[in-house]
Write a protein that binds this ligand. Sequence first.
Ligand code: OGA
Ligand code: NI
Length: 331
Amino acid sequence: MVVHSKPAIEQLSNANTCAALLPGIPLIDLSKPDPKSHLVRACQDFGFFKVTNHGVPAPLIRALESEALRFFSLPHSVKSQAGPPDPFGYGDKKIGPNGDVGWLEYLLLTTNSHSDYHKFSSIFGHAADNFRCLVNEYIAAVKKMACEILEMLAEGLRIDDREAFSKLLMDEQSDSVFRVNHYPPCPDFPESNGRNLIGFGEHTDPQIISVLRSNNISGLQISLKDGRWIPVPADQSSFFINVGDSLQVMTNGRFKSVKHRVVANGSKSRLSMIYFGGPPLSKTIAPLASLMQDEEDSLYKEFTWFEYKKSAYKSKLADNRLGLFEKIAAS
Ligand code: OGA
Ligand code: NI
């Protein structure tokens, strides 16, 4: 990847990430009977949890990871033929159109059309088909897991329609995205002055749910409700689930969309793959009627997923994107 001058990338203070006295990340074993109440609590308290015994085959994960690494190991001039992301394709350092940068390169792919793959066929040749097949198979597996989790969450919240959330991902028009992030080792990692270089700046994911898997290199951090950051220990055989902004709205704030970020690593390369499960563009995102208690008002103005995406696209990563759609409490 092209090495730009470092000052362009934000540096983070380590001061508030002390590991002592921090709560552990919720762990949900999907093979245990009835994890519903644990899932609900994790979404309320953290908006984030780790899942084991998820049923996604390890060989599939390994195969896709090695194809992705093969892509990222190509010369920059070759990779950039698959870019810039418009919005799909290869991207390097720049995240979104509003000046955010990070110490990473990435691939952004749609999950329901093949239109973006022509960008890869000239680079990958025949291997482009193999890559596409692996991506499709992987997406199908993580989407199935995401839907099962969303159905357990709906049951845990006692929503009549257990598919109230999952049907948005299963819809043919579901606007979901698949992203592979590669964080190369960062030269002259500024460890000595106690500051970290940002890999991916703090943000919340706008969709309903994100399913993340990374190799065994750490870097991901989540923000607790009190603003402290906690490092998420890497675990290549598990998945990490984020509550997205849309799920926060659909639960009228019961579930928290988790703020997270990635810090760069001095010596090792990190690879993460994230499936972002989103609703159809025309879907109105609003609290589910069956969740609203007597007299409970929606905390949010009504908007469609298209409107929210358009608004998010105009914002910086760290902006409180949902803030624009919150109702101001009448005084
Ligand atoms: C993202 C994200 C984290 C990671 O792509 O939205 O938060 O570990 N990525 O790459
Ligand atoms: Ni994210």
